[in-house]
Design a protein around this ligand. Sequence first.
Ligand code: UGA
Length: 462
Amino acid sequence: MTETTFKKKILCIGAGYVGGPTMTVIANKCPDYKVTVVDISEERIRRWNSDNLPIFEPGLEERVFKVRGKNLFFSTDVERGIEEADIIFVAVNTPTKTFGEGMGRAADLQFMEKTARKIREVAKSDKIVIEKSTIPVRAAETLEKILHAGEDGPHFEILSNPEFMAEGTGIGDMESPDRVLIGSMDTPSGQAARDELIKIYEHWVPRDRIITTNLWSSELSKLVANAFLAQRITSINSISAVCEMTEADIGQVADAVGRDSRVGPKFLKAGVGFGGSCFRKDILNLVYLCEHYGLNEIGQFWHYVVKLNDFQMDRFVKRILSAMFNTLVGKKIAIFGFAFKPDTGDTRDAPAIFICKQLLEERAHLSITDPHAIENAKIDMEDYNDVTFEEDPYKAAEGTHGIALLTEWKEYQELDFQRLYDSMEKPACLFDGRNHLDHDKLFDIGFNVYAVGKPDRDHFKK
Ligand code: UGA
């Protein structure tokens, strides 16, 4: 394919966790489309064009290397990208507002608005503009107003096409998705734009998995999908607290409940709480929306999902404190895993951040280890002393009074726990925040074992 023979030109504004991988999959699956990803960060684009990609995602590297320079391009030239594109995906940051009205809940749409203004300023021909970032319901209306403000200009047709990929499994989620969701206006031009986007996905997604809805249903479904998933985790975590009191076992309860096909087994794994850049942000966004429409009870219902998640992290810290005789002053604790989940180096809103800060408040010393997230952990913890970072888990555990496992990296199951135990202070505690390890074996080695949703197992005489 050459510049002139590409069927269509796609632009994605924003080369982050969503934009980069999504466009890589589209470029791999649609060799007849030219795909350009732009970002204002020169450093990020330089890395997308290097051998050291700015994000870690299994399967991403080989797919980028396969098509980069053929039909996938990374650039900082936003204006040129806009000018030549037929279809523009907007995948910019929409973090929670940290100031003013709606602070701590509403989405901060400044990057979205700036992008829309840029498109209007530069574009000379009609374009399809697709919301890929997660945004509040009816955000398309705002986009529409900005894009069509002022004198006669090109026509922009807005679509909503939320992303449902999860980090760590992102490539698989996109290559064989449960569903692709496309929201459009119910007008002839809206439907024509929708059909253009369907043509792209039809390169690899069966037609019956491509759902089409009105714009507002699509925008709302994205928030609700994440809210439901987070709510399931909070539900099982709330029961984990009951299990710890009653000697029921959360794994057994989750299995028994999840076997009901109406409930299903997925997303019922108790742990230290959910993290990541989406769940908290999207639920708070939903809460804000409910409050905006005067639906306060519904807002409170969803807000409680977030509050209980905080409670779960807090409970974990209190359990560590209580197991270590109610003082952590001068004690050393190894943190195994800092990423918000395995197979990613992402630490955004990771439970480890909250838990580590609480432990440091108690004046513990921490040694943090993680196979992929140490660089991010250093940034997250930069304001704190009494923290060291170790690539090697054995070094991290040396001389500690306890290990707290916060991310279920596969390699942690393969560690030599006898060796770890021998290098630790006694009594040696193991806090399994993800129920990831063999607790019988650990107990037999000599560890006092504290696992989420399971009774304490210590060697103290009762
Ligand atoms: C989530 C959704 O799963 C995706 O569908 C969605 O597209 C994405 O947000 C987004 O909006 O961008 P992600 O945040 O990457 O994906 O990660 P999840 O796999 O959903 O995990 C989120 C958190 O929940 C992690 O901290 C994980 O450890 C925790 N979790 C998950 C549990 O504690 N228990 C479980 O059973 C499952």
